[in-house]
Design a protein around this ligand. Structure first.
Ligand code: GLN
Length: 202
């Protein structure tokens, strides 16, 4: 185990696993030495130090989270812990998804325009500048039916843009990405999340 992995050893990271692309997030976290807990009920969050909400389909995620009675617990968890949302996960973190079928958690002062980057067949790969990653080389980012993010308050920091639109945003310990960092081999986003946002209580 290298230094990086041993640093993350005591971190229990929940990955919401009711729907969508949770498996690859789990693999990446494990590779970085963090302990992964699949979150399928509200009580699974007990003892987690951080949470990832994966991509998938926000309408389905809404239905399932309501059915399993997880909405309030997720909101409450996000008030006190680091949470990262990718693609549909970013939609769930927003305050406004402009779609009655989606009930976002409202943990971030952002609005989203779902599917604004095109349909499934219009998925694309691009390289974005990420000034907050340690070596500052462009980050491969995969956009799949991705949401466009609009920042609604000065509390939200834009950490990366694509075509002048925000694609990585952060508010306190909540991080939202339009794209899918877990689908590449580049683990800088997950590393950043574990190192800079997740805190392990003494
Ligand atoms: N378009 C999906 C939604 O609205 C998100 C797509 C994704 O997560 N790759 O939920």
């Amino acid at each position: 185990m290298d230094d990086r992995n041993s640093t993350n050893k005591g971190i229990v990271t929940g990955v919401l696993a009711v729907q969508g692309g949770f498996a690859r997030h789990g693999q990446m976290l494990e590779r970085l030495g963090a302990q992964v807990r699949w979150i399928r009920t509200a009580s699974d969050l007990t003892g987690c130090h951080g949470l990832i909400i994966p991509g998938g389909e926000s309408t389905t995620m809404t239905l399932l989270l309501k059915k399993y009675g997880m909405m309030e617990r997720l909101r409450e968890f996000g008030l006190h812990h680091a949470v990262m949302g990718t693609c549909a996960g970013a939609i769930m973190l927003s305050r406004n998804a402009a779609d009655d079928r989606v009930e976002p958690l409202g943990l971030m002062d952002i609005s989203v325009d779902r599917n604004a980057y095109g349909t499934q067949v219009e998925s694309f790969v691009t390289y974005i500048d990420t000034p907050f990653t340690p070596d500052r080389t462009p980050l491969k980012s995969i956009f799949i039916r991705a949401p466009r993010i609009r920042v609604d308050s000065t509390g939200v920091e834009v950490l990366a843009t694509h075509d002048d639109y925000p694609v990585i945003v952060k508010q306190g310990r909540i991080l939202a990405l339009s794209f899918h960092p877990e689908l590449t081999e580049d683990d800088r986003i997950h590393r950043y999340f574990l190192k800079n946002l997740v805190t392990v209580a003494e």
